[in-house]
Ligand binder design. Structure first.
Ligand code: R5P
Length: 290
């Protein structure tokens, strides 16, 4: 087995994040080692880093979602540590379980805290991308937690893309729309839902007209796609020329991607979760944080 020939630092890609690991290694100008991952007949995860020795500094890129990826992440940390790594950075592009970040009901677990406690047993630094709330990083007591934003990467992707208006689906996400719009030099706004009657709801931009304009909706997560679908229908009925949807984390559950492709002109996500729609790389943002 060959030894890794990089100088001082190496990026290790787990099976959730192979393309992003490759981008990140290029961005940092260091070596790349893609982990071998497999399954035992009973379904348990098996991983191996095929090298004799690892650099002192290792950057492991792997999500905590879905559950088997979390197990793989813990195994990767251990394998890196056994191969001599003294400084382990975990890049967790999509930090699953961040949404259960407090007790909503008595008797529950605080999932985000559980994740942090287990991950920092072998991590010195943890880098996340557009994590549900920055507060989750406070659960890391020993490891240093850093969250980076995907807005620059999303904005750069759409430069010269003819976007007239960047829209957030709600007020809480307005800052994200503003940041992307600033890069594009376009207008920005957020959608507001107004209840007209018991059965009627109107969704429209708070300040600006969308008629005849190319609109980019930016969100942190697309899960079922319901939020983007409803917004797109409304924007079309208000006369928007093109509607493009972009998000950081493309979970695309319940056939969301197929459904959204029918109503939006384009649907794209970053590569925090790899899929056929993950065309925007967040490697530059992560590299800046390492
Ligand atoms: C909500 O706060 C988030 O920012 C997203 O808008 C939401 O998670 C999207 O979910 P879905 O795609 O299921 O509508």
């Amino acid at each position: 087995m060959p030894e890794c020939d990089s100088v001082g630092m190496i990026v290790v890609g787990g099976s959730s994040s192979r393309r992003l690991a490759e981008d990140l290694a290029k961005e940092l100008g260091v070596g790349l080692l893609q982990a071998t991952s497999n399954r035992f007949p009973d379904g348990e995860s098996y991983i191996r880093l095929e090298t004799e020795k690892l650099d002192k500094e290792v950057v492991i890129v792997q999500n905590t979602h879905p559950d088997d990826m979390l197990v793989e992440l813990l195994l990767l940390q251990d394998a890196a540590w056994r191969l001599g790594s003294e400084n382990i950075t975990n890049v967790i592009p999509y930090f699953g379980y961040a949404r259960q970040d407090k007790l909503f009901n008595v008797g529950e677990a605080v999932s985000a805290q559980v994740m942090a406690e287990h991950i920092e047993m072998k991590a010195d630094k943890v880098v996340t991308v557009d994590i549900h709330t920055d507060g989750v990083l406070d659960w890391f007591k020993r490891a240093k937690g850093v969250n980076v934003h995907a807005t620059k990467c999303i904005g750069s992707f759409f430069t010269n893309g003819g976007i007239d208006l960047v829209l957030a689906p709600d007020k809480g996400a307005a800052e994200r729309a503003r940041e992307v719009a600033e890069i594009l030099g376009s207008d920005w706004d957020h959608l507001v839902k107004t209840r007209l009657s018991g059965t009627e709801v109107k969704i429209a931009p708070k300040r600006l007209d969308v008629k005849g304009r190319n609109v980019l909706i930016v969100d942190d997560i697309i899960s079922t796609g319901g939020t983007i679908e409803a917004a797109t229908m409304q924007l079309r009925s208000l006369g928007a020329k093109r509607v493009i949807a972009a998000c950081t984390h493309g979970l695309f559950t319940m056939g969301a991607l197929d459904r959204l492709r029918k109503c939006c002109d384009k649907v794209i996500s970053t590569n925090t979760i790899e899929s056929e729609a993950s065309g925007i790389s967040v490697a530059p943002a992560i590299a800046r944080a390492i």
